[in-house]
Design a protein around this ligand. Sequence first.
Ligand code: SAM
Length: 205
Amino acid sequence: MGNELFARYFALVAPRAEERGQADLRRELLDGLTGRVVEIGPGSGLNFRHYPATVDGVIAVEPQPYLRAKAVEAAASASVPIQVVDGTAEHVPVPDGDADALVVSGVLCSVPDPATALAEFRRVLRPGGVLRFYEHVRADGGFGRRQDLVDGLWTRLNGGCHANRDTLAAIEDAGYDVQNARRLVFPPTARVSVVAPRVIGSATP
Ligand SMILES: C[S@@+](CC[C@H](N)C(=O)[O-])C[C@H]1O[C@@H](n2cnc3c(N)ncnc32)[C@H](O)[C@@H]1O
């Protein structure tokens, strides 16, 4: 999401989903986390207010300058210490094995190469550390084929986001053990949105 126009659009519209159930999903994503957390691609920081008090601190790595500035604002009112830094999923500015947990939401759809990013996340996680993910994904069956059809145009219009990635398979292929993964549709009433099929869960390298 290097494109500032799309970043501004995202920052404007993304909060609308929070009251429609997205905030609950963010709480589920972060529930029970402890210690030192790294969040990749926080955007405008919509996860920040949901970190539990058991988290000692968060390093939030956001490459897009407009969103990074918004994330800095959101960090100021979070209830746990959050440091927002420049960086990418492929080059996380954190030493090897430093994180108890790494969090992504709506990011693995947009990184150029999920396998490279997931390998970098493994480097950053301590042994036994956990990857928490909440991502939109390719659906099975006919809807998945519809996502395939629109993906080229979707990607061009949405800052590099892909509508049809099988992110759960990418996580497993990258050598993670998936502990739990819950498939859902968001918003629950969505019938045509190509980013409605989602998965939320956790995995360890
Ligand atoms: C759809 S937004 C999601 C923002 C936020 N995680 C949320 O849940 O609202 C995608 C985010 O991924 C970030 N992103 C895209 N490519 C990235 C990369 N290669 N490394 C790190 N972040 C990236 C974007 O800058 C943006 O903040």
